[in-house]
Every structure is written in C-alpha cells, then in structure tokens.
Design a protein around this ligand. Structure first.
Ligand code: TRP
Length: 455
C-alpha cells in the first residue's frame, strides 16, 4: 500500500499544499462575513481563542491520523484499529467536505465572474449602490452563476485528475506568496480611504456586549472552516507527508499564516465598507460588493492601475479558492478510487457529479429557488450552516475522541513526536490537550449554543 502512494516532493511542498487548502474563500470571503454578522472585534477575539484551543491541536490530531495510517480518510480509522461506529468517523468527515464543496464551488464561480468583470472593465466607474445591485442581479440570475459553477468544477476536476504532486504542489507554490503580497497592498489601499478608521475600530476594538451564545459556535465553525479541519482534508494530505515532517511546526505555521490572512482580509474589507457606507453585516455579498470600491476609489485617477490590480486580485483569489476546492475534492476522490478500485479519473468524475447537482441547487437558491427554505434558511445558507457549524465540529469532536481515547497510544505518541525527535514534555502536553481539553471545548460550545449556560 505504502509504496503506491506518492509523497510530496519536499517538506515545503507539503506545507504549502496544506496551506493552500487552508487559505481560500474561508479567509477572504467567509471570515469578514461571519465577523460582520457577529459584531466585529469580539468575534475576532473568540475566533483566535478557538484557533489556539481547538484548531491547532485538532490539526495535529488529523495529521497524526493521516501520517500514521497513510491511507484515505475513510479507511484511516479502521486501519488505526477503530471498531464499530468509530469506523465511520472518516466517512462522516469525507461526506462533510463533499457537501462543503457543493456551495464552495458556487462561490468559486462567483470569483470567476469577477475575474471576467474585472477583465472586461465591467467594474469601472460605478457607485457603491451599483456594485451592490450588480452583485444581487448576478447571483440571482438562473443561468450565469451556473455556467461559472461548471467552469469552477471543471478546473477543480482537472487538477485532481492530474494527481497529487504535479497538480496541487505546483499550483500552491506560485500562487500563495503572490496572493499574500496583493493582500498586503490592498490593506494599505483600504486604510487610505476616507473614514477607514471606523472599520479598523470595528475589527480591533472589542465590544463584548455584542456577543451572543451563537457567536461562539460561529467562531468555532469559522475556525474549522478556515483551517480545513474537521473533515479529514488535512488527514488525507498528511498521508502524503514524509515521516520526518514536523506535525506541530506545520500546524502552527499553517494556522499562523491562515489567521494572518484572515485578519488582513478584515483590514481590507471593513475600512472600505465603512468608507463607502456598506453594512458590515451584509453577509455573503460583503466581499464582492466592497472590494470593487477599494480598487476604484484607492486608485482614483489611475484607472489602468485599478483595472490591472482588480484583475490580478480576482485571479489570485480564485486560485486560492481553487487550491481549497481541490483539497475538498481529494478526499472523496481517494476514498472512491481506493475503496472501489476504480481509477482516480473515474472516482473524481463521480465525486464531481454530486457537486454539480447539489451546487446547482445551492446556486439557484440564491434566486429562483429562494422561496424554498430549510429551517428558515435558503439552501445555500443551510448548506453553509449545516456543514460549518454542525458537521465540521462533530467530525472534529469524534476525531479528537478517537485519537485521544481509542487510537493506540504508542503509535500516537510516535507520530506526535515525529519519530521521537521532539521533547517529551511537549508531546505529553499535546497528548493531554487532545485527550481532554479539545473534546471538552467543542462540547461546551455546542451546549452553549443550545442555551445551557445562558450567555
Ligand atoms: N479552508 C478552506 C478555506 O478557507 C476551505 C476548505 C478547504 C475546507 N478544505 C476544507 C474547510 C476542509 C473545511 C474542511 O477556504
């Protein structure tokens, strides 16, 4: 089995690919929108706590499962000795990611539309109201977003079919650093807009009276979503890690980069939103209606610069989203292909078909199917809610419980210490963290959501 699995070419490649999975629309699109809907800076504080207490330990746990079992996420648990219902934890995880991809691909499609808009100079010379109106006309259109959804899915399929090393690694290496530089420049642009300070305050000055019970679940859901944890995505990647790769170091690096990018995105979006009078709580549309303002206001009088910049930015954003989409398609693909002994190509095609069907439904729910509601949410929002706030934390909880309580302790400690190269105390500490604190934290946040503690 082992010899058949490809490894990432280099350590840097493995980390970058995992970072490529983590960094995506979760940082640039979902983080500002969740922050805006949950009161700003107070949400950020809780979010950071979730990253540290839940995110990093869980990421290490997933890495350990993946590298130890060196197989797909579905088989990983039985391979590591899971019995009974535990055998299906991996399946739940893969299913979650698959469902996330269904609406993630829709948003990836939106970014492609914006690449097209930017490229055809369709963003120039408009007011903030027009950007808002244009966005809602676009997403509620019954045809256009679907075309982009198909293109998005085809791109994703293409890279996954090309294989692990060639496709994923190569793409991540170039795109990620470039995106980072663009984001930095945009932060400066946004901060230079008139009235930007209010947006900075909104993101950095916590007002804890705005905190609801649901803020905690939202923050945890966002932490899971942004770090790509809770569904075995990183687990599948870690099965390609070299034996000597440092799991802690990788987890810290990835969580660090991911969080920095999220905060920087907030520093682009909120100052700009305040500057042009867009509500920070405008939800899924927030990024798409604020960004064009940043480009065309900050580069006022230099239209060609605004043009070039917006085009490049949307291109890079869609690339970042693409590397995440790839990572969402990889687990179902490797599951189907290794379990049913079919080629990767067929497996990826099968996995993609479901994405197209459900993605279409999600996309249409922003427009013509908008009246169809589940628990008061349209299908798109329902998918987002059910996956990020329920399925990911549950997948994470079971992964943590399995790793802490069921997995062979010696095997776990060997993985955690990277073949005994790390100091004992660090390994012990993480072991205890995974075993006790991590499940407890997730359960408390759930109970809090149910109103058990009343705050
Ligand atoms: N983390 C990615 C983002 O921020 C999305 C993503 C990719 C993801 N793989 C995942 C989310 C696995 C949850 C689980 O855009």
């Amino acid at each position: 089995m082992e010899s058949k699995r490809t490894n990432f070419g280099s350590k840097v490649g493995a980390v970058l690919a995992a970072a490529g999975s983590a960094i995506g629309l979760g940082n640039v699109w979902r983080f500002p929108y969740e922050t805006g809907q949950n009161g700003g800076a107070a949400f950020l504080v809780i979010y950071l706590a979730c990253i540290i207490i839940v995110g990093v330990p869980l990421m290490v746990a997933e890495f350990a499962v993946g590298r130890r079992s060196r197989t797909n996420n579905f088989r990983a648990f039985p391979v590591l000795g899971a019995k009974g219902a535990w055998r299906y934890v991996g399946f739940l995880c893969v299913l979650t990611g698959w469902l996330i991809l269904c609406y993630y691909a829709v948003v990836l499609g939106w970014t492609l539309e914006y690449v097209f808009q930017a490229g055809s100079n369709g963003l120039a010379g408009k007011t903030a109201e027009q950007y808002t109106a244009d966005f809602s006309t676009f997403v509620s259109d019954p045809v256009r977003p679907l075309i982009y959804l198909f293109i998005a899915v085809l791109f994703t399929l293409g890279v996954v079919v090309m294989g692990v090393q060639k496709g994923i690694e190569r793409a991540s290496k170039v795109m990620m650093p470039m995106l980072f530089i663009f984001i930095l420049i945009l932060v400066f642009c946004s901060l230079s807009l008139p009235g930007a300070k209010k947006g900075v305050d909104y993101l950095l000055n916590p007002d804890f009276s705005a905190v609801h019970p649901s803020t905690f679940l939202a923050a945890m859901g966002q932490a899971f979503f942004s770090l790509s944890i809770g569904m075995g995505c990183l687990c599948t990647y870690a099965s390609y890690f070299p034996r000597e790769a440092n799991l802690f170091g990788n987890a810290l690096n990835i969580a660090g980069i991911d969080t920095i990018i999220a905060i920087l995105s907030g520093l682009i979006i909120f100052p700009a939103a305040y500057s042009v009078g867009i509500e920070p709580g405008s939800g899924a549309s927030l990024v798409f209606i604020t960004l064009p303002n940043v480009f065309y206001q900050a580069f006022d009088g230099l239209p060609w610069l605004a043009y070039a910049f917006s085009l490049m930015f949307y291109l890079l954003l869609s690339m970042a989203a693409l590397t995440s989409a790839i990572s969402l398609l990889e687990p179902p693909t490797s599951l189907l292909s290794e379990e049913f002994h079919i080629s990767r190509r067929t497996a990826a095609l099968l996995a993609t078909s479901l994405v197209i069907v459900l993605g279409t439904a999600c996309s249409l729910s922003m427009g013509v199917w908008g009246d169809f509601k589940l628990f008061g949410l349209n299908l798109f929002d329902f998918f987002d809610f059910a996956t990020a706030k329920i399925m990911l934390p549950i997948g994470g909880l079971f992964t943590a419980l399995f790793v802490g309580w069921k997995m062979n302790k010696k095997a776990l400690l060997t993985e955690l210490s990277n073949n005994r190269t790390l100091p004992q105390w660090l390994v012990r500490m993480f072991y205890l963290l995974i075993k006790y604190l991590l499940p407890l934290a997730i359960i408390l946040i759930f109970l809090n959501e149910l109103g058990v503690f009343g705050f």
